[in-house]
Ligand binder design. Structure first.
Ligand SMILES: [Zn+2]
Length: 72
């Protein structure tokens, strides 16, 4: 077993699809990351800036919550 198959580029799927930062284990954002249930194609259609990311970080998630509170 080696670590050679783990992607080391910014295209890792363990990233926030809103801000693009890594949410992989050890990044500091691993614990509070939220999985994005949408498939890749859907995220592209939604205009996500980093559609390869399968998660939303705690920081962006918090931003969404604040937005919805303002509009309700
Ligand atoms: Zn983010």
């Amino acid at each position: 077993m080696t670590n050679s198959t783990i992607p080391t580029t910014s295209q890792s799927r363990e990233a926030c699809n809103e801000c693009g930062k890594s949410v992989a284990f050890g990044s500091g954002w691993y614990v509070n990351r939220v999985p994005d249930g949408n498939p890749f194609d859907e995220r592209v259609e939604m205009g996500k800036p980093f559609p390869h990311g399968e998660f939303i970080c705690a920081e962006c998630e918090e931003g969404f919550n604040q937005l919805s509170e303002q509009h309700s």
